[in-house]
Design a protein around this ligand. Structure first.
Ligand code: MN
Length: 143
């Protein structure tokens, strides 16, 4: 990631995410670990080009506020959606999905994740290179 992109970001970039749950380099800065109600957390995630989450679900849903770059959001069984700065994604509970950067753009979002006794996220399989490549044809329509 270019130094200028990190310097321009609103929040500090944070720590590298686990390769168990992410492909490529993504940085997570937990902005609010849990508020006094204990019902949600807020994190800023910065993805290098090509990096993405594994497939996963959230027991009580998640909201993504896209703050820079171009990326993808894909729900299982559906075509990936290209998402850019200013987009807001509301992810229902238990819906399998992934999010991450386009192949030629870094990407960042604020993630507001509801938490329950079942936790905030259930991690599943990585998004394969083939699954990711299937998204790339859609990029050119938007960039
Ligand atoms: Mn998610």
């Amino acid at each position: 990631m270019k130094t200028s992109e990190i310097q321009d970001s609103i929040f500090a970039p944070g720590e590298k995410t686990s390769p168990d749950y992410f492909t490529g380099t993504a940085l997570l800065n937990v902005l609010v670990p849990k508020d006094e109600t204990g019902t949600f957390t807020i994190g800023n995630v910065v993805f290098e080009p090509g990096s993405r989450t594994n497939w996963h679900t959230h027991p009580a849903g998640q909201i993504l506020l896209i703050t820079s770059g171009t990326g993808f959001y894909q729900e299982k069984g559906k075509t990936a959606r290209v998402i850019t700065k200013g987009d807001v994604i509301v992810i229902p509970s238990q819906l399998e999905h992934w999010h991450g950067a386009a192949s030629d753009s870094s990407f960042s979002h604020i993630a507001i994740t509801n938490t329950t006794e079942a936790g905030a996220v259930k991690w599943l399989a990585p998004v394969t290179d083939e699954e990711y490549r299937n998204c790339l044809g859609h990029e050119t329509r938007f960039i």
